[in-house]
Design a binder for this molecule. Structure first.
Ligand code: AMP
Ligand code: GLY
Length: 429
């Protein structure tokens, strides 16, 4: 098969790396890709929101399966667009992707189906939001309902911050139309984790649970980022917890989506928090998480192309599982830790174009995934905030951690910054 991956981050590099291991993969393309991806896939610079141009590309290159990495094309209906034109594409329809692109929709859905999540209100104007009874207890969580590139969630510590946020959203329109509807939520205190389910709309396969590190600084201090590192499997999600997540969250969600005639096919990302031993949903996403994917996919033993194909048709996951009854789909007893190396100044202002050294050394049980990198002559240079995701793999969590940090100590670029404590919760356990 000829495969096309859409996107340019560490998640897409991990997808390319894993898809390429399939014996079904004849030729791999990526749009637009990055310097690391170009070693795995032939990269082309096409605007990923120009669906017509993407279809033309799939025709020119005889693409058999397209995988869209980021949420924006999925929320904009790339899957419907491709399917209408007879093209195979992995991911949810525009209607199903609303679980991420419309937080108000997702919260209402959870309420209707008794999926545990924080108490909330939905507001469509400044006056009603400002009068919300939820603004009497702090901290309180205020979210722009639409897509806001991970920046639309504000945790307000007091009334002044809450009012400022509501004004930013409705009056200053800081998040554009994404902020025309606002979700105000009770603040939940607990440990977060991420759980991915691959689904054909009815059955599903759980990936090993993982844990992201969203804050910039060690010990979870400083501003929120796109994610500074992740590891899997995350011990917080033991078999008892996973069973609760399946029964109370994943199964009811899939049943409800099917009942509404918008079955959820593709990758379902559950952003969860454990409160007093119980799982609550913080968010659903309609795609793989980043950086979590960079530590989850190295633990996949099965053929990812076949897994993705099985999600495209009703009954596909069941068939896939029946064909693999004797095999484990994931490497048992293996651990993976991904540490993100970022540009100095990220997530605020940072410079680009610095040469990266140490990438071509041999590192045992380590995969270096590229995010913001570009080729400049013979050099690979920084080209984004999150530059690399260095994933160590091992038979123990400590070994995986050591492998990642050992490789990182050999990699350099001006202003390199990474957290030194990725996995601290797992270590504490
Ligand atoms: P979201 O994009 O909705 O997951 O929110 C991003 C981050 O904000 C989450 O990963 C949490 O760290 C935090 N967050 C969101 N909702 C809540 C909540 N109800 N209580 C506490 N923290 C939250
Ligand atoms: N790791 C957070 C996300 O992918 O949304």
């Amino acid at each position: 098969m000829n495969l096309l991956v859409i996107g340019s981050g560490g998640r897409e590099h991990a997808l390319c790396w894993k898809l390429k291991q399939s014996n079904l993969c004849e030729k791999l393309y990526c749009i637009p890709g990055n310097a690391g991806i170009s070693a795995e896939a032939e990269c082309f610079n096409i605007n990923i929101s120009d669906f017509r141009a993407l279809i033309d590309f799939t025709e020119a290159k005889s693409i058999d399966l397209t995988v869209a990495g980021p949420e924006t094309p999925l929320a904009d209906g790339i899957v419907d667009y491709f399917q209408l034109r007879g093209k195979k594409i992995f991911g949810p329809s525009e209607a199903a992707a609303r679980i991420e692109s419309d937080k108000a929709f997702a919260k209402q859905l959870m309420l209707d189906t008794d999926i545990p999540s924080a108490g909330f209100e939905i507001h469509e104007c400044y006056e009603s939001a400002g009068a919300s009874p939820l603004l009497h207890k702090f901290p309180v969580v205020i979210k722009a309902s639409g897509l806001a590139a991970g920046k639309g969630v504000i945790i307000a510590k007091n009334r002044i911050e809450a009012e400022e946020t509501i004004s930013d959203m409705f009056i200053a329109k800081k998040f554009g139309s994404a902020g025309s509807k606002v979700v105000i939520e009770e603040f939940l205190r607990g440990e977060e984790f991420s759980l991915f389910a691959l689904t054909d709309g009815t059955d599903y396969i759980l990936f090993p649970p993982s844990q992201d590190h969203k804050r910039l600084g060690d010990k979870d201090t400083g501003p929120n980022t796109g994610g500074m590192g992740a590891y899997a499997p995350a011990p917080i999600a033991d078999s008892v917890m996973l069973k609760k997540c399946e029964d109370r969250i994943i199964k009811p969600l899939l049943v409800e989506m099917k009942k509404r005639d918008t079955p959820y096919q593709g990758l379902l990302y559950c952003g969860l928090i454990e409160v007093k031993g119980e799982p609550y949903v913080l968010e659903f996403n309609c795609r793989f998480g980043d950086p979590e994917t960079q530590c989850v996919l190295p633990l996949v033993k099965a053929d990812l192309v076949r897994m993705f194909l099985s999600s495209l048709e009703e009954g596909g996951i069941k068939r896939f599982l029946n064909e693999h009854l004797q095999e484990s789909l994931f490497y048992d007893g293996k651990y993976a830790v991904c540490v993100v190396a970022a540009s100095g100044g990220y997530p605020e202002k940072y410079e680009k174009g610095f040469s990266i050294t140490g990438l071509d050394r041999e590192y045992t049980d380590t995969v270096i995934f590229h995010a913001g990198t570009a080729c400049k002559g013979v050099n690979i240079v920084t080209a984004g905030g999150r530059v690399l995701g260095v994933t160590g793999i091992g038979d123990s969590f400590i070994k995986a951690l050591d492998n990642a940090y050992h490789a990182l100590s050999q990699i350099e670029f001006e202003g390199i910054y990474y957290r030194n404590d990725i996995g601290w919760r797992a270590l504490r356990r």
